[in-house]
Design a protein around this ligand. Structure first.
Ligand SMILES: [Zn+2]
Length: 129
């Protein structure tokens, strides 16, 4: 209880945040509609680049812009960097939950959140231990 590693409290329980708690103002949580609109637009641009046979450098640039915008949107959130349950994972906006606002289950960033890191460490430990 109370032990903390990588910023994660090891109390054995976590709070369910949904996409913000009751009482949070809309500004406290990601505007999911704006986020979904942005992601749909990126997917459309990706399909157009593929269909036009554009070079990979253009696709890489699109990914870079997408990541920059996601970092700005998610990093400014009230619960950024906190462990909880945030709706939106498994490529779905609803019905699945991820453990941090910025988690690879939601974004495709190259870093893992505290919960994903812990899960990976456990699996590695299981095989290496
Ligand atoms: Zn994660």
């Amino acid at each position: 209880m109370g032990a903390e590693r990588d910023g994660v409290a090891r109390s054995g329980k976590f709070e369910v945040e949904g996409f913000g708690r009751a009482g949070d103002t809309r500004a406290d949580v990601v505007d999911k509609e704006e986020f979904d609109r942005f992601e749909r637009d990126i997917q459309r641009q990706r399909r157009e680049l593929r269909a036009a046979g554009k070079p990979e450098a253009e696709m890489d640039e699109l990914f870079r812009k997408e990541r920059e915008k996601e970092d700005a949107m998610l990093g400014s959130q009230k619960y950024a960097g906190k462990v909880g349950a945030f709706e939106g994972a498994n490529y779905e906006a609803k019905g699945y939950y991820r453990p941090e606002v910025d988690c690879i289950m939601f974004t495709r960033h190259k870093t893992f959140c505290a919960v994903c890191r812990r899960a990976i460490e456990r699996v590695i430990g299981m095989y290496a231990g």
